[in-house]
Design a protein around this ligand. Structure first.
Ligand SMILES: [Zn+2]
Ligand SMILES: [Zn+2]
Length: 340
């Protein structure tokens, strides 16, 4: 079968022929129906040592085979499933209830697509603990971005615990932000998109944002405008960008005791004034893709509200070009590889 891999020695994306993998304990063999490129895949491209591994941590597909140890766990051959990408963890300990990178029973948690083969290949091995059956409303061929960007965005917006009619700013309107706008609208919040790219802001509008602001070209006015529009400032600002400036810029948008929801991975430590926290100027929470057992809530909400991203369908042979487009900021929509 074909696999889109990162050749660390030669530092390039290559398409290799590799064998279909053999089922092991707790595993499902899945035929990939969609696998999508995510910004965090670019992090693995910095790696110039180690094995050649198949890229991709966003996948969805159909079960072909089930290992005997994974029988009776709620899956059957032919089921369309989506899945998370943390393996070599126990899924049971206290750490695994918070985040699988905190597993107390392994010293080597691994992410498929980074440390070991990921999902840009025709057949993949999936640990049943990480998988969830897709409801019929969700099209498996478009579902892969849901299992990183979508779940993360849902968790973050859900954890803001707002009420219908309250205001939320989505700071960073790329793939995650585009999901976040849809989830926030489906939860009946008033949604303001903030980004430095007009293309991303146009997408945010298409997905339902009530207002959008360019924090670069409208730098002198957007904070005042957002504070005026939302009454006294937004009730929550969810930052999906990893730029420190995005976090710094989100705080002034918040009303008293508003919530800064941290999702983006900032390159530098944030400047936090503890007096602001003590006196309730604002609060801070953070969220992520979370643990597999949280996925069902996100998947059910997604199906009920028909939430999805516009995607471009590509072939596995296109992976090197997809990576180049993403690096150069030319990929406006999620790029999804199919194998049919
Ligand atoms: Zn991702
Ligand atoms: Zn564990």
């Amino acid at each position: 079968m074909k696999a889109g891999q990162w050749d660390a020695q030669n530092k390039k994306v290559v398409i290799n022929d590799i064998p279909i993998p053999e089922l092991g304990k707790d595993q499902l063999l899945v035929k990939i129906k969609s696998a999508s490129l995510c910004h965090s895949d670019l992090m693995s491209l910095a790696r110039g040592h180690g094995d050649t591994v198949t890229m991709g941590h966003e996948g969805a597909g159909v079960i072909e085979k089930i290992h005997s140890s994974a029988e009776g766990k709620g899956f059957k051959v032919g089921d369309a499933i989506g899945f998370n990408y943390f393996i070599n963890v126990c899924y049971e300990c206290d750490g695994c209830q918070i985040h699988n990178s905190r597993c107390e029973n392994t010293n080597l948690p691994m992410c498929q697509g980074f440390h070991t083969n990921g999902f840009f290949q025709e057949y993949v091995l999936v640990d049943y603990h990480t998988a969830v059956v897709l409801p019929p409303e969700i099209d498996v061929r478009r579902a892969s971005p849901l299992f990183c960007a979508g779940i993360t965005a849902f968790n973050a917006i859900d954890s803001c615990e707002l009420h219908p009619g309250q205001w939320i700013a989505i700071v960073g309107c790329g793939g995650l932000g585009q999901y976040a706008v849809q989830y926030a609208k489906a939860m009946q919040y008033n949604v303001i998109g903030v980004d430095i790219s007009d293309d991303s802001l146009d997408s945010a509008k298409e997905y339902g944002a009530d207002a959008v602001f360019n924090s670069k070209t409208q730098a002198d006015t957007y904070v005042d405008e957002i504070r005026k529009l939302s009454g006294k400032g937004v009730h929550a600002a969810a930052v999906f960008s990893g730029a420190n400036a995005a976090f710094d810029g989100a705080i002034p948008l918040l009303r008293t005791n508003g919530l800064l929801m941290v999702v983006g991975i900032a390159l530098e430590p944030l400047q936090i004034n503890t007096l602001d926290l003590i006196t309730g100027r604002y609060r801070i929470k953070a969220d992520s893709t979370g643990v597999p057992r949280r996925m069902s809530k996100a998947v059910a909400f997604t199906a009920k509200n028909n939430i999805q991203l516009n995607v471009d369908f590509r072939k596995i042979e296109d992976l090197p070009a997809m990576v180049d487009d993403m690096k150069n900021g030319k990929a406006r929509q999620r790029q999804v590889v199919t194998f049919d």
